[in-house]
Design a protein around this ligand. Sequence first.
Ligand SMILES: C[S@@+](CC[C@H](N)C(=O)[O-])C[C@H]1O[C@@H](n2cnc3c(N)ncnc32)[C@H](O)[C@@H]1O
Length: 277
Amino acid sequence: MLIEVLLKPKPFVKWAGGKKQLLKLIKERAPYSYRRYIEPFVGGGALLFELLPKRAIVNDINEELINAYLAIRDNLYELIDSLKQHNNSEEYYYYMRSLKPNELNRIERASRFIYLNKTCYNGLYRENSKGEFNVPFGKYKNPKIVDEQNLRAVSYYLDSEDITIICSDYKEVCHMATSGDFVYLDPPYYPLNRSSSFTKYTRHDFTEKDHTELAYIFRELDRKGCKVLLSNSNAEFIKNLYKGYIIEEVEAIRAINCKGSGRKKSKLEIIVRNYYT
Ligand SMILES: C[S@@+](CC[C@H](N)C(=O)[O-])C[C@H]1O[C@@H](n2cnc3c(N)ncnc32)[C@H](O)[C@@H]1O
């Protein structure tokens, strides 16, 4: 008899703004109990896969990313087969990059997305103004294009628990939250300086106006009786938006020049919440 041992799932893509460094601090501040977990900017899902809630709604505006979550849940074995067909040559990478996602079926589309994430420069996701993925080839020696064990663990988790996966604007999902839910908000970071910060995940940018609206929605969720936790950069503009809530400045290491050779640890991020436990 074949017994399959499932590992704890972890993010299946590398994602800019992924919470690797802050994860421990955020996890320590997550509420002890809640009804549903709601993550309107899920990205790679670092906190989702850490907490593994039994009831959750997760959302992202990035269609390729959400299509990949759905394909992993619903079409796991076809997806793994398709991922095994790829190779890590520069020529093949640019060929895959040139394909139009909306001309592919769900599995091919997810396979292309995961392949590009594993082989592109720095695992970035960036689109030009036409919505086309435009990150160059990463030149990695041996990228793990197919992490079969993890994909199986992710698929099992998404399928066996009550997890709703949505591709929409974050506001739609925040409106679904009700009293007792835990909402984790991890929007694109407000840039601390113009040159170094990456905030554009799709052709839609997240502007100052969006951050102001998000703070309004945070207050609305608070009034509804949700427990709300937000992470963002430690900028005066952001801190002013959340006056009256618990704001903690936390340390993070960031590259301080574009080559990433200078690294500096300082209180570059904040965690805001409206509850103690
Ligand atoms: C900082 S990242 C989240 C990272 C995530 N916590 C992780 O662990 O990888 C922000 C995410 O917000 C998404 N996003 C940007 N604008 C959005 C919007 N208006 N509605 C929903 N998601 C949005 C981006 O596609 C990106 O995945």
